[in-house]
Write a protein that binds this ligand. Sequence first.
Ligand code: PHE
Length: 341
Amino acid sequence: MLQQIINQILKDVEDFKAENKEQVEEFRLKFLSKKGELNKVFDEFRTVPNEQKKELGQKINALKQTVQAKFETLQNSLAESDDDTFANVDLTLPSKPIQLGSHHPLSIVRNEIIDIFSRIGFTVEEGPEIEDDWHVFSALNFPPEHPARDMQDTFFIEKNPDILLRTHTSSVQSRVMEQTQPPIRSIFPGRVFRNEAISARAHCIFHQVEGLYVDTNVSFADLKQTLLYFAKEMFGNDTQIRLRPSYFPFTEPSAEMDISCSICGGKGCPVCKGTGWLEILGCGMVDPNVLKNCNIDADKYTGFAFGMGVERIAMLKYQVKDIRLFFKNDTRFLKQFEAAK
Ligand code: PHE
């Protein structure tokens, strides 16, 4: 009988939790005060037959120690948490440094491209990411069913193949030319989408900056000089360019531009695969068919266009080996670039 009471008290003591002074006092009243559980046990002890007194007496002493130890623990734990919150705070200490955010490397490069072209009079325009076939392909002289459409693996909306995610920012060319008569001198930065397997070198979402210049007497020499200026501003004054013939449905003639390798200066290294050259953009003279499709007089006006990948340029500029890093939002990567101003 007494043994059961002792066990019960031990259990209650063990389970008791106190979060404030009131609860610690509650504990004292319940177990240690005059009318508390411990004294009741002592009262009961008097009625115990003599032959059991020794054994039970020892248990009761142990119980008393346990209760007192618990009481002290409760008191101390409160004192400690008091210390944490108030006593140990030094209000004169300087605060911890605030972590500043940083610009995303793609934003840095995009802004730099915009800066470079705005210095020679190019304005910035934007167009929609969700497009129609006309502005992405047909207006740009991609014939229906022509294999040129396979050059860029497109994401279509299942229910309506006329609606798609733009595969290049050249779609903004058609929109701007439809809406504006020359002179047009603009760049179009934006996000593009291609149905491609994601790897270290390719992503299904990436960014481009398109350039378009349409006016009377715009020549291939203007294109070349504009791109040389860009390359030198972006990669340094020693940078050289070369144009290789290429094909795009919306430009004629078309070219791809290489810059002399910014890593080895053209001697040949692993980044340029020993060639000394790095491909950075596609370009050409706007095909007269495109001008006509957009209601611009192709007898009066000529133009050039170019398009570059922002990731590609950022990878070269910062020597980033895996395009996926730009989309992972890992601050260990992102904070290595310029801090936000
Ligand atoms: N739109 C082309 C591409 O995405 C690039 C380009 C733009 C080529 C303008 C010529 C003129 O590959």
